[in-house]
Ligand binder design. Structure first.
Ligand SMILES: NC(=O)c1ccc[n+]([C@@H]2O[C@H](COP(=O)([O-])OP(=O)(O)OC[C@H]3O[C@@H](n4cnc5c(N)ncnc54)[C@H](O)[C@@H]3O)[C@@H](O)[C@H]2O)c1
Length: 339
């Protein structure tokens, strides 16, 4: 199994074949929508999956295992996941447990997966209403970043990826935060163009590298890696309460974390406003549609609970975050006015 994070980039999907030329037997597991668009680039046996959050289950993992058997998979086979974060999460898990672990690689096709979900080895499925509650940390042999796939993304999906990209910049790259938000200003009001993808690709690459570097330093989330959960304690509660897509919930979660940081005198109000105004200009949501007190109840059930505290990632300045535990008994009082 891999013990480091390997990011590769490609300018054209045609390069994928040479990457796999030494593999004796490759099985591709591909999101069915992505297969319609890009299936031809992967001339290997393909297993199609309907990549929805509801399908990220153990039952589907078991179906994938059956199909891997049907495809003649053996212990030396290589599994390639092609799709967004749902696909890479479930395929990463399937490959990490099939025959107790097959080698696998990721070709993420959403911005969210390129900057976040396909990097770091966390994989998994949902169970009993809890997101990603079953899974492993197993690194893929590679994650191949190919911006060309992003040209067909619906705007809503693109914006979801933008929030995770900006999350990495709030954690660790002030300069890229300002440069990329300036580039993205007003983007939700236009149709996504190839030129937009070309302009944003270097920033997507930077965000991916920030995550990869953090994971390399703290693969099993003992400390620094927790920072990548910026906005996520709020976001998971929002997703649970409202069913809103992950990326959109993360944008709101980052703004709520910024407001909490101001409330606790860690962050200047002006800096929090900068985050919120940049998000609004891009077309990202900044406020929760449900009261924060309701989110508190969902958070208490969240898996990031450890002992009597919930860890929030708070912002000291754009480019620097800290981990801040809040006692569960005090939670509602601390966050009730942050919606
Ligand atoms: N493992 C991790 O570290 C990690 C981190 C963040 C998020 N996640 C997980 O990632 C998932 C969300 O990922 P996502 O936003 O990529 O969702 P997704 O996989 O559902 O993809 C979003 C939508 O875009 C479509 N799509 C994919 N590629 C496309 C393309 N190139 N052109 C057009 N349409 C395309 C998909 O069919 C789907 O409808 C969640 O389940 C979340 O829990 C995991």
């Amino acid at each position: 199994m891999e013990d480091s994070v390997k990011l590769l980039t490609c300018f054209s999907p045609d390069e994928i074949l040479s990457l796999l030329s030494r593999e004796r037997h490759v099985v591709v597991i591909i999101d069915s929508k992505v297969k319609q668009l890009y299936g031809n680039y992967f001339p290997y046996p393909q297993i199609e999956i309907d990549a929805t959050e509801n399908n990220k289950t153990l039952e589907n993992l078991s179906l994938i295992a059956d199909k891997l058997m049907d495809a003649g998979t053996d212990r030396d086979s290589f599994v390639l996941a092609v799709g967004g974060g749902i696909t890479t999460d479930i395929v990463g898990f399937a490959a990490s447990v099939f025959y107790r672990g097959l080698r696998f690689g990721f070709v993420p096709t959403t911005l969210l997966a390129q900057v976040d979900a396909s990097i770091g080895g966390k994989n998994g499925v949902n169970s009993n209403g809890y997101k990603n509650i079953l899974g492993t940390i197993t690194q893929p042999a590679f994650t191949l970043l190919c911006p060309a796939f992003l040209e067909t993304l619906p705007m809503e999906e693109f914006l979801g990826g933008v929030s995770e990209m900006l999350k990495s910049f709030v954690i660790g790259d002030r300069d890229s935060f300002f440069k990329s938000t300036a580039l993205l200003n007003g983007i939700s009001k236009r149709k996504l163009q190839k030129a937009d993808i070309d302009a944003i690709a270097p920033y997507a690459q930077k965000a991916a590298s920030i995550k990869a570097a953090i994971v390399e330093r703290d693969m099993y989330e003992k400390g620094e890696r927790k920072q990548l959960n910026l906005g996520h304690t709020f976001a998971h509660a929002l997703e649970k309460k409202t069913g809103m897509p992950h990326g959109q919930a993360v944008a709101i979660g980052i703004c709520m974390a910024a407001r909490l940081s101001v409330k606790l005198s860690l962050l200047d109000d002006a800096e929090a406003k900068t985050i919120e105004n940049s998000f609004t200009a891009i077309g990202l949501e900044t406020h929760s549609p449900v009261p924060a007190s309701e989110l508190a109840k969902a958070m208490i059930m969240d898996k990031k609970k450890s002992g009597d505290t919930i860890s929030f990632i708070l912002i000291e300045r754009i480019g620097k975050c800290i981990i801040h535990p809040v006692n569960i008994d005090a939670l509602e009082g601390v966050i009730y006015d942050l919606s």
